[in-house]
Design a protein around this ligand. Structure first.
Ligand SMILES: Cc1cc2nc3c(=O)[nH]c(=O)nc-3n(C[C@H](O)[C@H](O)[C@H](O)COP(=O)(O)OP(=O)(O)OC[C@H]3O[C@@H](n4cnc5c(N)ncnc54)[C@H](O)[C@@H]3O)c2cc1C
Length: 246
């Protein structure tokens, strides 16, 4: 099928990512309920109400001693819009995650591209394994945004030209860069999310520091905000125990 001229959108540029919590079945009680079966058999679903202080202590104990499986009996589905290079990193997380992403074979990809915001640190100082990021100059920022936008426009024009000539979307998309925005559903549980957050966020409470790329960290931070509201005791225990997934 040849795409029509009506499918000729103008490129737009974004510096933000979005994370929406679209579906969830996740609470601190889910952790207690799963853990208490080992000592007390079948449980009520509302375990937390029984004894809040003991419950808090149990969640902290499970986290500290890395009894991980009680943190798996819950589910959160996020709708994420972010550049393709973020999804490349994201999908390296194989365990406890399910993904469905928009298709470049079946969709005419829209020209929404990532450019770093003014607060994105641009310059890496130091050597691999031991480096810091520092803010760039205004000139570096302008150059970066201009170079990216020019190159995005050129790439998208080539994509459009091929589509207009009847070339299949799955072939034409090869010219599009990893700064193109994509979208996906990602479903996880608290344990797999904690493992992700331990690697993809930087935090003063982290026992094992990690050095994630800022853009995937932005996704992690948004997911963490949602999760902290759903499972406040589990989130607090994660922080209190050095942000190491159990
Ligand atoms: C700062 C940073 C830099 C990175 N740089 C690079 C890079 O340069 N190149 C690159 O390729 N990747 C890179 N990665 C990706 C990294 O190597 C991991 O693939 C990614 O972080 C997912 O972690 P994971 O495998 O622990 O997670 P998951 O795939 O979710 O696995 C969870 C856990 O399950 C177990 N597990 C899963 N699969 C196996 C298996 N096959 N065998 C044994 N145990 C298993 C492990 O205990 C693992 O920790 C980087 C990650 C970070 C955070």
């Amino acid at each position: 099928m040849t795409d029509t001229p009506a499918d000729d959108p103008k490129p737009s540029f974004r510096s933000d990512i979005t994370v929406e919590l679209v579906k969830h079945a996740a609470s601190d009680s889910d952790v207690l309920w799963a853990a208490r079966v080992s000592t007390a058999g079948e449980q009520s679903l509302d375990e937390l109400k029984k004894d809040p202080e003991r419950s808090k202590g149990l969640i902290n104990f499970l986290m500290r001693d890395r009894h991980g499986s009680p943190f798996e009996h819950n589910s959160m589905t996020f709708f994420i819009s972010a550049p393709i290079f973020v999804f490349r990193e994201f999908m390296r997380h194989r365990v406890g995650w399910s993904y469905n992403e928009e298709s470049g074979r079946y969709r005419h990809l829209q020209p929404v591209f990532y450019v770093p915001g003014a607060d994105r640190k641009l310059v890496q100082e130091g050597r691999p394994g031991k480096y810091v990021f520092v803010p760039g100059t205004e000139e570096q920022h302008e150059l970066t945004v201009r170079a990216m936008e020019d190159s995005y426009r050129q790439a998208y024009e080539a994509y459009q030209e091929m589509l207009a000539a009847g070339v299949a979307r799955e072939v034409a998309r090869a010219v599009l860069p990893v700064g193109l925005f994509s979208s996906m559903y990602a479903t996880c549980n608290a344990r797999s999310l904690m493992h992700f957050l331990g690697l993809r966020t930087q935090h003063e409470l982290a026992k094992v520091p990690s050095f994630p790329q800022r853009e995937i960290e932005m996704v992690g931070e948004r997911m963490e905000e949602h999760w902290a509201r759903l499972m406040p005791l589990t989130h607090a225990a994660f922080n209190a125990n050095g942000r190491v997934a159990p």
